[in-house]
Design a protein around this ligand. Sequence first.
Ligand code: HEM
Ligand code: FPP
Length: 306
Amino acid sequence: MAKIQLAGSASLKIARHRQRVWQDYLTMTKPKVVAMLLLTALVGMCLAVSGIPPLKAVVFGLVGIGLQSAAAAAFNHVLDRRFDAQMARTHHRPLAKGRIETPKAVAFASVLMVAGFALLWQLNALTAWLTFASLIGYAVIYTVWLKHATPQNIVIGGLAGAAPPLLGWTAVTGQLDPHALLLVMLVFTWTPPHFWALAIHRRDDYAKAGIPMLPVTHGIAFTKTMVLLYTVLLALVGLLPWLTGMSGALYLIGSTVLNLGFVAYAAKLKFADSPGHAWATFKYSIWHLLALFVVLLADHWLQAWW
Ligand code: HEM
Ligand SMILES: CC(C)=CCC/C(C)=C/CC/C(C)=C/COP(=O)(O)OP(=O)(O)O
């Protein structure tokens, strides 16, 4: 009886350990961020054509872009492990804690990267190379260099995270298009207020780790001003899809409401801050981007079926 109980608790322990390992590998891929990147890619795919995009392009494109984004995130975990260990927000990460060994993480990221590249190559070389360039942009140029070199790190590095709508577009058409670049501009302009709101909230963490984020190098008041300026810029850039005729009235109304909401959050942060408002602004940024791309898609399909 005792032997059976012992064997039972041992197998329970093994099952728990396995689950933990799976969870750790999943954590390394930053799944919620990748999910959002894929939404923007999917919208890029749908806006590239007037009907429904071809199934092969959607499936291979989303899986390929997803695998490469997940690989980039995993490489980021590897390369940032010592900095992550110094910050309250990230110190529990699998590599920072040493639960996953670096060579295993590198192998995992490499497999995702190669598989993602191979899938995208089946669609077209342009998408495969542009996605790979985004991976290098985030995992190497941003993580290794920009992040530690300049407080403009996330502005320049943001280009990699802004690329998926273009990647989705080229996955379907095999060609660059100015309208796809407009979608990139939207995410590119959205990124600084998204991140700096969080960086204000986590300023001391970044200072402790010696990472030159804007609130550390230029102070919180200046960062709040920049957050506000970028939300205003985003509201202006947000008009371009309508002004160029890519999007219609539904988009104009929806995006204006969302963008003015972001400006309002940023204005409150600057002029009437209250405890927790920087975090609330960061949270708003995530719902804002999600809703903005849903509105872009709804407007596109409404125009097609009208
Ligand atoms: C250089 C560009 C970017 C930087 C530096 C950045 C930074 C961050 C950081 C530090 C977090 C973690 C916040 C936390 O502790 O919960 C975060 C969360 C998030 N970011 Fe960004 N971000 C960038 C671009 C993007 C892009 C392009 C997207 C999607 C299109 C995105 C989507 C998200 C989402 C969905 C979350 C929430 C994740 C969760 O709750 O687990 N970010 N971002
Ligand atoms: C192929 C392709 C489209 C690549 C883009 C990949 C990608 C995951 C971009 C999102 C950018 C992001 C989550 C930055 C986090 O900054 P951070 O690393 O400074 O944040 P952390 O401190 O939470 O790690």
